[in-house]
Design a protein around this ligand. Structure first.
Ligand code: NDP
Ligand code: 2IT
Length: 450
């Protein structure tokens, strides 16, 4: 569909021309530009200053070779990336993803979205993202460590506590952050805050592990309360994925009285009508690094099904996609709607296709877009940076309270922006506009600096 504004159409056409074969990046840009239609009408000054034209072009994209030696002595080569998308409101900030699907398109869509997400947190963080097509699955501890060390040996030339502060994302958890931090620490002879998601003994923040999942549920609870005078309590919930975000989304959902009945990994899904036993999932995934199918072997009455898509056919009140991009397509969205889903909120980045989002919105399903609903992880990363600067640490309860306040504010700022710009309750539009405004303001104030 064409844009109403000829200016936005021109911006999008240029992005398409400059970034051929990058479908994920174009998808993320298109969604934001569509949300900005009412903004360009009201703010010709932003158009004149080329703010949007500048925002869709990354400030810097670094691509590098990552050589390492596997356990057989063979030399292996992977590709590393860091996109430094926008630093108008603070140092570049965003995770590192290790997954075979990583390419420039994926890293750029993530870095673009991160800019608006970080703005929504209210903390001074610009947008960045990075990673590698390295696949941690099936690698030994030694291989993971050598890869991480090689990756950081190059990445460290481009990052710093006031320049760019990476963290984890898919395939990068505490283990990988530790190996990268160790290498940076050794080569720089500093203990500066150059990564977040650190272990507590090395300057990490309490609640960072739980932050994205917990934050997602704080967002959902506030959305249900404000729009439907309802809550998570008593709701049947499906959560996709079984990694960091999914596990702590399940934990908080259960604490709030919800019943989570299904989860998956990239091989298949489990269904437990009595409610997922999270200690079993944690043991399999966090301790043993095993496969989700083992859950059904350990818990009587639980089922395992090969393949992922079937999970969206399970009847539920709330669906929380927490695995990967485009995991909910139109067909899956329609199934959820037909089964009476009332709310969908994104823990993963861009897990719903544009067609799926349209189906949710047309059918009155409350929809929390990733930029808003999964911002809790990076928010606590921001709080980790604050604590490191202060040489101080807050308690779990203190960080958790700040996280909750940030998520509640993100919901209301997004909701209020949707009202102000004429489409009350459209949180995709509201979050995009609310995130955009702060970055745009900073770019206007700083002149044509970037
Ligand atoms: P993890 O690596 O801990 O977990 C990823 C999960 O998603 C695994 O269960 C994985 O299964 C599954 N998965 C990956 N690819 C696919 C696929 N193609 N089909 C089905 N399942 C798949 O990552 P995180 O939990 O950290 O990240 C999950 C999502 O949340 C990502 O989109 C990430 O960008 C986003 N996110 C993460 C934040 C964080 O703080 N970690 C913050 C905000 C967003 P398998 O093990 O089989 O690969
Ligand atoms: O997508 C995300 O927001 C993250 N992976 C978290 C980034 C961070 O810097 O904590």
């Amino acid at each position: 569909m064409a844009f109403k504004s000829a200016y936005l159409q021109g911006v999008y056409d240029t992005v398409c021309k400059r970034n051929p074969n990058e479908p994920e990046f174009l998808q993320a840009v298109r969604e934001v530009l569509e949300s900005l239609e009412p903004v360009v009408e009201k703010r010709p000054d932003l158009v004149k200053a080329g703010v949007i034209d500048r925002m869709v072009e990354p400030e810097r994209l670094i691509q590098f070779r990552v050589p390492w030696v596997d356990d057989t002595g063979a030399v292996r080569v992977n590709r590393g990336f860091r996109v430094q998308f926008n630093s108008a409101i603070g140092p570049y900030k965003g995770g590192l993803r290790f997954h075979p699907s990583v390419c420039a398109s994926v890293i750029k869509f993530l870095g673009f979205e991160q800019t608006f997400k970080n703005s929504l947190t209210g903390l001074p963080m610009g947008g960045g993202k990075g990673g590698s097509d390295f696949d941690p699955k099936g690698k030994s501890e030694g291989e993971i460590m050598r890869f991480c060390q090689s990756f950081m040996t190059e990445l460290m030339k481009h990052i710093g506590p006031d320049t760019d502060v990476p963290a984890g994302d898919m395939g990068v958890g505490s283990r990988e952050i530790g190996y990268m931090y160790g290498q940076f620490h050794r080569l720089s002879n500093t203990n500066s805050c150059v990564l977040t998601g650190k272990r507590i003994s090395s300057g990490g923040s309490l609640t960072r592990t739980e932050a994205t999942g917990y934050g997602l549920l704080y967002f959902v609870e506030e959305m249900l309360k404000t729009i439907k005078n309802d809550s998570v309590k008593g709701k049947t919930i499906v959560v996709s994925g079984s990694g960091n975000v999914a596990i702590y989304a399940v934990e908080k959902a259960q604490e709030l009285g919800g019943k989570v009945v299904a989860m998956y990994d990239s091989n298949g899904y489990i269904y437990d009508k009595d409610g997922i036993k999270l200690d079993v999932v944690k043991q399999i995934k966090e301790v043993e690094r095993g496969r989700i199918k083992e859950y059904a072997e350990r818990v009587p009455g639980a089922e395992y099904h090969e393949g992922c898509k079937g999970i969206w056919g399970i009847k539920c009140d709330i669906a929380l996609p927490c695995a990967t991009q485009n995991e909910i397509d139109a067909e899956s969205a329609q199934k959820l709607v037909d089964n009476g889903v009332m709310a969908v909120a994104e823990g993963a980045n861009m897990p719903s296709t544009p067609e799926a989002i349209e189906i949710f919105q047309k059918n009155g399903v409350l929809f929390g877009p990733a930029k808003a609903s999964n911002a809790g992880g990076v928010a606590v990363s921001g709080l980790e940076m604050s604590q490191n600067s202060m040489r101080y640490s807050w308690t779990f309860e203190e960080v958790d309270a700040k996280l909750k306040e940030i998520m509640v504010n993100i919901f209301h700022n997004s909701y209020n922006a949707s009202k102000e710009f004429g489409d009350e309750g459209n949180l995709v539009m509201g979050a995009n506009i609310a995130g955009f405004m702060k970055v745009a303001d900073a770019m206007m104030w700083q002149g044509v600096a970037y």
